[in-house]
Ligand binder design. Sequence first.
Ligand SMILES: C[C@](O)(CO)[C@H](O)COP(=O)(O)OP(=O)(O)OC[C@H]1O[C@@H](n2ccc(N)nc2=O)[C@H](O)[C@@H]1O
Ligand SMILES: Nc1ncnc2c1ncn2[C@@H]1O[C@H](COP(=O)(O)OP(=O)(O)OP(=O)(O)O)[C@@H](O)[C@H]1O
Length: 274
Amino acid sequence: MQDTSPVQQIAPAKINLALHVTGQRQDGYHLLDSLVVFADMGDRLTLTRGDGSLTLSGPLAAGVPTDARNLVVKAMEFAGLTADVHLEKHLPAAAGIGGGSSDAAATLRGLAQIHGTDLPRDTHRLGADIPVCLIGRAARMQGIGDIVTPLPPLPALHGVLINPRVEVPTPSVFKALTRRDNPPMPDLPEGPDTRTLIDWLKTTRNDLEAPAIAITPIIGTVLERLSQDPDCRLARMSGSGATCFGLSDTRDAAEAMAQRLAHPKWWVQPVSFR
Ligand SMILES: C[C@](O)(CO)[C@H](O)COP(=O)(O)OP(=O)(O)OC[C@H]1O[C@@H](n2ccc(N)nc2=O)[C@H](O)[C@@H]1O
Ligand SMILES: Nc1ncnc2c1ncn2[C@@H]1O[C@H](COP(=O)(O)OP(=O)(O)OP(=O)(O)O)[C@@H](O)[C@H]1O
């Protein structure tokens, strides 16, 4: 008998701990060098055999489309397979943490599981963040997002994510870059402890931070608030924004930081990374 039990997938938040823009291709896409990690929280997907219906729930479901614009639906089209999907939204969209891309990757994983197929190839054509989101753990992302190298597990890393609830369109941030030929990331330290990793991160950048702040100045305010917190070891923006992260020494420190930085209009989340 055919197995019809539902398949659960988590779509964790993606964080670019470092994001260097090192060039631009003829077709306009930018060359990247990025250290990507994933949080211990994200959206939740339940897939069952079906024709491709999509339903939504969760604290951040408002305003998310359920039609062909949704990356879950685009992922089904890309794979040429369907399932009925229920998506519980916990991540903000257009926020630099893969709110849509991680859902698409989770859909591809779930479809492969339900139909007993391999994952599709060339998934960067669905979105530059999809290949790394398919891996879902610490990796180096290069090329335009199509070259992904999984890394040995990183040391314990904790922090706070803050999104000021302003959507930032990725294309406008890339367009606002003033330099596109920046140096790549320095060599990653081998087997670092938490402190060594954070010290190394201080020598890296997010090249999209300045153009994002120019378009959405509140990102600057978020980074300032994070940097001023006594437990914050490094404050930086993820992806093309507007979500920023502040790294701490311990999970307890991350929880304390999240409490101090609570803001009625902001999404503030303590997390651990992997
Ligand atoms: C900024 C990052 O989040 C970093 O991880 C990603 O590079 C963006 O990933 P994404 O949202 O999946 O990006 P896509 O949906 O493929 O592209 C959105 C737009 O971002 C710009 N884009 C994206 C990726 C890239 N390497 N160069 C670009 O210039 C292009 O204008 C593109 O039209
Ligand atoms: N599954 C989804 N969840 C949230 N938003 C979605 C989803 N699918 C499509 N969208 C729509 O697409 C836009 C987000 O697309 P985008 O590719 O920027 O997603 P993202 O992965 O959250 O982005 P980012 O690159 O900023 O991390 C939003 O404006 C939203 O309305």
